[in-house]
Ligand binder design. Structure first.
Ligand code: NAP
Length: 317
């Protein structure tokens, strides 16, 4: 049996539809018929080979971390899921290349949860990777009602969820976003939006919040910019980033009395927390732009551009 999969045959290749064998679920694994696959920053990193020295990559390389679909078959030992279940989740294999941009994907059962019933597969596929990372960032920053949080990259994948989660906690969110993203930032619960393209964002923030902010959650900055924006955080506050390189700002931030915390994606066992927030109406899936599987390469290129508002999703079935 074969299936359609979007794959690249070498690093940097544009990628195309391949016919590949349908994978078999081993012990603890689930074969999912993919309906939609979210696109993430990691996907262009995988296909371009930026992570080739850190992780095994297998060719033809099928990208795709996020998925929403229907269980086709379960491997030995899987009792939580049965064929026909609607699920969403993340591919958690140690090697890169057997991802969700395909008709079917094998996923470890602990990477999955029941799909939120109120969401379409396209919407559900936009949630897991960035939603679990946003939850990690919010738990690290721990904003309290009335506190002010500066959110950089507030309308991207992770930032869209961070903005909503911080606002839902009663924090005042100051979004740093380009002017085309302003309306979305405000819709998602930000109280004000600073356009980083129309002047220095730190100076603009200091003008509107001379007393500083209680926390910084930054989805974009490198270490140098993180340390600089961290000057806006009051002593005793926190600066959080999901970006590995930003961690090099920790020492500079500490000198200023600010604690740096790296936010790595929480395990998929926390997906039910996101489901509860979605079903409870406290968390909304951001705007989605869809691409058919045949055009997954264009979606990957758009993701690599770094200015996606909301999420890109590849529709498969
Ligand atoms: N550690 C983990 O487990 C983990 C998990 C997920 C993601 N991440 C990382 O987290 C980061 C964000 O991921 P994402 O999915 O949210 O990415 P994304 O959807 O591409 O969002 C990036 C955001 O950065 C903003 N941006 C671009 N240039 C900017 C600038 N000069 N100043 C301020 N903001 C700027 C964009 O806003 P505009 O459109 O307004 O420019 C956009 O909102 C990535 O580096 C990703 O690799 C880490």
């Amino acid at each position: 049996m074969t299936m359609r999969a979007f794959a690249v045959d070498e690093f940097g290749a544009p990628g195309s539809i391949h016919q590949l064998p349908v994978p078999e679920p081993a012990e603890g694994e689930v074969l999912v018929r993919v309906h939609a696959a979210g696109v993430n920053v990691m996907d262009p990193m995988y296909t371009a080979g930026w992570l080739k020295d850190y992780m095994e990559h297998r060719f033809p390389l099928v990208p795709g971390i996020d998925l929403s679909g229907v269980v086709e078959r379960v491997g030995p030992g899987v009792e939580r899921f049965a064929p026909g279940d609607d699920v969403y989740g993340v591919v958690t294999k140690p090697a890169v290349g057997e991802g969700s941009f395909a008709d079917s994907v094998v996923v470890k059962a602990d990477g999955l949860a029941p799909k939120p019933a109120s969401l379409s597969h396209e919407q559900a596929a936009a949630v897991p990777h960035v939603g679990l990372t946003a939850l990690a960032a919010i738990e690290a920053a721990d904003p309290q009602p009335g506190q002010v949080v500066m959110v950089v990259g507030a309308t991207g994948g992770v930032g869209s969820f961070v903005t909503q989660l911080a606002a839902a906690r009663g924090a005042t969110v100051v979004a740093v976003a380009s002017s085309p993203a302003r309306d979305l930032a405000l819709q998602q619960g930000a109280s004000e939006a600073i356009d980083y393209r129309s002047g220095d964002a730190l100076e603009q923030l200091r003008a509107s919040h001379p007393q500083g902010v209680d926390a910084l959650i930054d989805m974009h900055s490198d270490a140098e910019q993180m340390a600089r924006y961290g000057q806006a955080v009051r002593s005793g506050g926190r600066a959080v980033s999901p970006r590995g390189p930003a961690a090099a700002a920790a020492a500079a931030l500490k000198e200023h009395g600010v604690q740096f915390i790296g936010a790595n994606r929480l395990p998929a066992s926390r997906l039910p927390d996101l489901t509860a927030l979605i079903e409870g109406g406290q968390l909304h899936v951001p705007p989605i732009k869809t691409y058919p599987l045949e055009e997954a390469g264009a979606a990957i290129n758009e993701m690599a551009g770094g200015h996606v508002r909301g999420k890109l999703v590849v529709t498969v079935a």
